[in-house]
Design a protein around this ligand. Sequence first.
Ligand code: PMP
Length: 360
Amino acid sequence: MNRSYNFSPGPATLPEEVLQQAKEELLDWRGLGASVMEISHHAPEFQQLMDETEQNLRDLLNIPTNYKVLFIPGGGRGQFSMVPLNLLGGKVIADYLDTGLWSDMAAKEASRYCEVNRVASSAEQKYCTIPEQSSWKHHPQAAYFHYADNETVHGNEFSYVPKLTNVPIVADMSSNILSRTINVTDFALIYAAAQKNIGISGITLVIIREDLLGQALPITPMMFNYTLHAKANSLLNTPPTFPWYITGLVFQWLKKQGGIASIEKINAKKAKKLYDCIDSSSLYINDVHPRYRSRMNVVFKLKDENLDVRFLEASRQSGFIGLKGHKLVGGMRASLYNAFPEQAVDAFVTFLQHFEKTMA
Ligand code: PMP
């Protein structure tokens, strides 16, 4: 068996140990003589899996007891609707920062339910930067402030947590959750689709401060109501059990790696190696402001885009897949999530240097 080095932006590469364990347990999970996909979500074994998974996440992120942890369907886009539906309360305006495709889409979706005040936007800079916080124009009546901590398509990432007073902070961490230490209490709500650093698609993590529950708009569909999900302990409907199981295995794997602090160090090394290679080359270009370069999604272009097809073909032959950039920005994108091994980055750097030489 030959596993590729998989740079896919999500669904993305999983730790090999996780896949092996899932394979071994597929026909007989926890001695039940059935797979985890075939048993009731009310079975005590599944309840145990849920409890262990939540506890491991609480340990990893040091989540205080006044925050609820929810696992719900609907993906990242589901959260674009759930956030305004549940957090507007009596207010009619929300603040959004526009730093790329995903935060822009979140703002557009919210505008179905409220007035959206874009505090700032880097659209004119092709999202190659994040506007300085001193330039953000907040609305005094905003119910909350929403931003994307990491923009998966445009390859920018916050290097700090916005400091705001009197307005709850909502962060889309779909593509960088669990990649570095955070202080959960800096946020009112954090959400993340699972298919990058958590597990596989089909489940979405929401970490919400308890005092924000109980104020959903009356029109809120049952499945979009955080309070109902919290009351039902994330079993409001039949949950995506297999994604939940994979999430559990990924959290166990993360703990075995030494937790977030150690994975953070490895992530920093991986990203630095790749950006250093790009910066020292005369073939590859990354346009993102150095302070805001994403550690998770390294976007780069070849100086001559006519070389793209050859590059992709050569990289594939060398065992690297998932490199084609998003159609909106073109070029290449190397996603370096937690499960992407450091030695694969080393191998890729060697490949990039070799390809450049052969093009000279
Ligand atoms: N936010 C971010 C930052 C994302 O990267 C994505 C998906 N790539 C989404 C939201 C949307 O997630 P989903 O496809 O699960 O709706």
